[in-house]
Design a protein around this ligand. Structure first.
Ligand code: GRF
Length: 232
């Protein structure tokens, strides 16, 4: 059976990359291989993780789009995962890999997403907004930051006394599970289905405040759709 070849793009620590590597090796993501790890920054821990697992890895400057397209072609990459990658993907790569590029974002898109919303800033904005829930979103990548079709949203409570760092750590854990589930769908060719019916996940013990959360979204002027009965 031909393995589904993944390229994972990172810019930092690489804990989301590690979650994908582990899920591929323990079979949670079946029939796949992390063929290539690319970073747009030198010396990041994500590259060390790749080296440790014997995965081809390299640094490609964001100002060298041709090099990125070329290596993806050479390695016959089937799908691309952005795991904490902080640069835009070149338009030709987005076109060539339509519905085959997944990103993980540490908030419940479309809230707290877009240009400038990355890393700790996201969690600071969540705390400043005073919302009771945040989370992680896996989505397809298009020509703008964080606007591609949502695949999975995983809800995480904001707890009294949370600092941005504490919240970031709680969300990061959930990011790992969310990204693995989305990459599994990619490998199993179920992405269109998921994009048509995005998944929302919440831990059993966190369900209590969901209604409150929904009311918070409405108060922020967000439209909510009850999948059974249409617009709320
Ligand atoms: C994650 O929170 C990701 O959502 C964001 O950057 C962080 C990267 O974490 N874009 P890591 O490098 O995967 O540990």
């Amino acid at each position: 059976m031909l393995l589904y070849k993944l390229a994972v793009l990172v810019s930092g620590f690489g804990s989301n990359l590690q979650a994908v590597i582990d899920a591929v090796s323990n079979g949670t993501i079946p029939n796949a291989k992390v063929e290539l790890v690319i970073s747009n920054r030198e010396g990041v821990f994500g590259l060390e993780r790749a080296e440790k697992h014997g995965i081809a890895n390299m640094v490609i400057n964001k100002n060298d789009p041709a090099k990125l397209s070329g290596i993806l072609e050479d390695k016959k990459i089937d799908g691309i995962v952005l795991a904490g990658y902080l640069s835009m993907i070149p338009p030709d790569v987005i076109e060539k890999y339509k519905s085959k590029i997944i990103n993980i974002h540490p908030a419940l898109l479309p809230l707290f997403g877009g240009k400038g919303f990355y890393g700790i800033r996201v969690h600071q904005a969540v705390l400043t907004a005073g919302v009771n829930y945040t989370g992680a979103t896996a989505h397809l990548v298009d020509h703008k930051y964080d606007t591609g079709d949502v695949l999975i949203r995983s809800i995480v409570p904001v707890l009294p006394g949370d600092t941005a760092e504490v919240l970031q750590a709680r969300v990061l854990e959930v990011e790992h599970r969310t990204l693995v589930l989305a990459v599994k769908a990619l490998v199993e060719n179920k992405i269109e289905e998921l994009a048509a019916n995005p998944l929302t996940q919440i831990n059993e013990e966190d369900k209590e405040g969901v209604l409150e959360f929904a009311q918070g979204l409405l108060a922020l002027g967000k439209a909510l759709t009850d999948t059974d009965n249409g617009e709320l």
